[in-house]
Design a binder for this molecule. Structure first.
Ligand code: GLC
Length: 649
């Protein structure tokens, strides 16, 4: 495991994060070795005799120096540029002519048909153009595999991070990430923009479900996801079951003040984190220290949001994409991050000044690669001009390019640039889905169970109500096949909660709107919750989003729970909803979060096939106005406290 270069002033000696790091180190345990070995593919070894950088026997550092020394400014700037695949679809030769370093699939940017083979063919097609470049530098292909390879139809879709945080099971998080890496790499992408190690401090944020929780110690422990994705050391990155990971969004994205977003269309997403250096280190920075120093994460994605120091008089908010102190002084120099920084989608356009100024500011702050979905040529032109004018030093360019090349060498892309499809048949396999099903079961949090209403008995006559009982799209949430996700049962395979219930109970009435007669039933099961959203689109106050229950959900609870003797309510949502008034009407209440494709896992705990063990990863508010409410607050009075969860069996 690589250690940071400069240990003398690293952040651990200056911030409480050191305690977190020590604690995190205790939870890092060996992972099951995989039998996978990278298969031979088309390689450049034929040239290795004349060009040392093509000799895989040499140390990566030596290969980087050799290759960098051969590159023109145009080739270097090209390596720092990432375009969305859609921008090169019409003319893939741009990949060669612009010497692009990377392509990505944004959420929902998928091949037609959306199959594993079509993905691999698509990525390999792009790669062939990269290998046609003068120095044959392969591209990195990135995707948001944030809860499985979510863009791919047929992939195993795990619970979103908020549910994985409820499991408190670091080994399971690592195993789920390993499966995600396997299913992703088998279809071509070698790089994922995951895991989000955001610390969600206000559930009115539309990305709260992408977080493992509100406690930085919990989020830090869950950075085992990095190990699941990358393996235990950079030597594993070349394997066909590993990918480069990205911890995001650095840092404080979940700690912004409600109402401070400056993008105009969001309210808290991309807002301002108003904090002191000490609190920032404790709450927002801690997971990154572990991700870098314990797990050797290969890339970091700075946040759209800004940081404003409360312990520095006159401090103004500075966007993370331009924050030299935090990108270079803290992350790279003090913490010792030697991977590369990838900007968020068009993030630099939210910086002050004209485009040239935005480019210059971010590069000089320490950004290494730029996600410029549809303006790669303009970015290349602007950065080249800034270097030629002396406003960006060549040493900064060489540092950025060296970091990027290091990842490509470690991934084995020069030896095996094309997709190794050995594991393509494991995608969505029963074995993978079984792990996801276990994750779903462990993520369920039992918050009330009067009269031992749960577990249910298979002989009971059940009345199930609520759209979210039988909607795969709603139970998977955002970042699933499309960016925002979508309701319905047609987009991808899986099992709904109702289907899971029906595999065990034989007498089940399903009435989505609770209009069917309730007489003659022993137990009512009402499934409430949210419909999918992603990012600031889900911010409370945007597009009607609220933490309050919908009128339909309230009506379903009222109708079913007043008519049937025993009433169980499940909440399928990305975040805590306001159930204060409804709770007394129920006998049992379960938070199901966003379980993903394996709804069976919910039925497993409902019927006692697995015990309830989940615990709240966030505090549960009594009202929307209680937010932000977090463990450790003064006058802490939530409906359910952080860490709460009843157990059964
Ligand atoms: C988005 C998100 C980021 C994601 C990127 C690429 O805007 O902020 O999490 O990785 O774009 O899809």
């Amino acid at each position: 495991m690589r250690r940071p270069r400069s240990r003398s002033t690293d952040v651990r000696q200056q911030h409480p994060a050191a305690l977190l790091l020590a604690a995190a180190a205790l939870v890092v345990t060996a992972i099951p070795a995989s039998s996978a070995v990278a298969e031979p593919g088309a390689s450049a070894t034929a040239l290795s005799g004349t060009r040392p950088y093509l000799d895989s026997r040499l140390p990566v550092k030596q290969r980087v120096v050799d290759l960098l020394g051969r590159m023109t400014l145009a080739e270097k700037v090209g390596q720092m540029t990432q375009a969305e695949r859609g921008s090169v679809e019409s003319d893939q030769t741009q990949i060669t002519s612009l010497a692009l370093g990377s392509l990505l699939s944004g959420g929902g940017s998928v091949p037609t048909p959306n199959t594993p083979e079509a993905w691999a063919d698509m990525v390999d097609g792009y790669q062939s153009h990269a290998l046609a470049s003068r120095l044959r530098i392969p591209i990195l292909y990135g995707v948001d595999s944030v809860h499985g390879h979510g863009n791919l139809v047929g992939a195993t879709i795990f619970p979103h991070n908020i549910g994985m945080g409820a499991t408190r099971d670091t080994a399971l998080v690592r195993e789920a990430a390993h499966i995600t890496a396997t299913e992703t790499r088998a279809t071509g992408p070698q790089w994922v923009f995951a895991p989000c190690v955001c610390v969600t401090r206000d559930e009115r944020w539309g990305r709260s479900y992408e977080s493992f929780g509100e406690d930085p110690r919990l989020v830090t422990r869950m950075t085992t996801a990095v190990e699941g994705l990358q393996g235990r050391s950079t030597k594993d990155l070349a394997r066909n079951d590993r990918v480069l990971a990205t911890v995001k969004h650095y840092a404080g994205d979940g700690d912004t003040t409600y109402g401070t977003s400056t993008t105009g269309d969001y309210i808290i997403d991309r807002g301002i984190t108003k904090t002191s250096h000490k609190r920032f280190a404790e709450i927002d920075l801690a997971p990154y220290v572990t991700a870098v120093q314990v797990h050797d994460v290969g890339s970091v994605m700075p946040s759209y949001s800004s940081v404003q120091w409360t312990d520095v008089p006159g401090s103004e908010p500075i966007r993370m994409s331009a924050h030299k102190e935090l990108l270079t002084d803290v992350l790279k120099q003090k913490i010792g991050f030697d991977g590369f920084l990838i900007s968020d989608w068009d993030a630099i356009t939210e910086l002050p000044g004209d485009f040239a100024t935005q480019v210059r500011t971010s590069v000089n702050a320490g950004m290494d690669m730029f996600m410029q979905p549809y303006n790669a040529p303009q970015f290349i032109q602007a950065l080249t001009a800034e270097v030629q004018a002396g406003r960006v030093k060549m040493s900064r360019i060489d540092d950025a390019v060296s970091r990027i090349l290091k990842a490509k060498f470690e991934l084995g892309l020069f030896e095996h640039p094309y997709t190794d499809r050995s594991h393509i048949d494991t995608i969505g396999s029963a074995a993978h889905r079984a792990v996801a099903r276990r994750a779903v079961a462990e993520s369920q949090v039992l918050l009330k169970n009067d009269g031992k209403a749960l577990p249910l008995k298979s002989s009971q006559r059940l009345y199930v109500a609520g759209v979210n009982a039988n909607d795969l799209g709603n139970q998977a949430g955002g970042w699933t096949v499309t960016w925002q996700g979508q309701s319905g049962n047609t987009a991808f395979p899986g099992t709904t909660i109702l289907q899971g219930i029906r595999k065990t109970a034989k007498n089940v009435t399903y009435s989505a709107d609770a209009s069917a007669p309730t007489a003659g039933h022993d137990v009512g099961v009402v499934v409430i919750g949210e419909t999918p959203y992603a990012e600031g689109v889900g911010d409370v106050g945007v597009g009607g989003h609220t933490l309050n229950l919908s009128a339909t959900d309230k009506a379903n609870i009222d109708r079913v729970c007043s008519a049937i003797r025993t009433c169980v309510v499940l909440d399928v949502a990305g975040r805590t909803q306001i159930v204060t008034d409804q709770l007394p009407k129920t006998d049992a209440f379960v938070m199901s979060w966003l379980p993903g494709s394996e709804g069976d896992g919910v039925a497993d705990v409902l019927f006692g096939k697995r015990p309830f063990t989940g615990r709240l990863p966030v505090s549960w508010p009594r009202s929307e106005t209680q937010e932000p409410i977090n463990v450790g607050d003064r006058n802490y009075n939530p409906l359910f406290p952080y860490g709460y969860g009843l157990t059964t069996g």
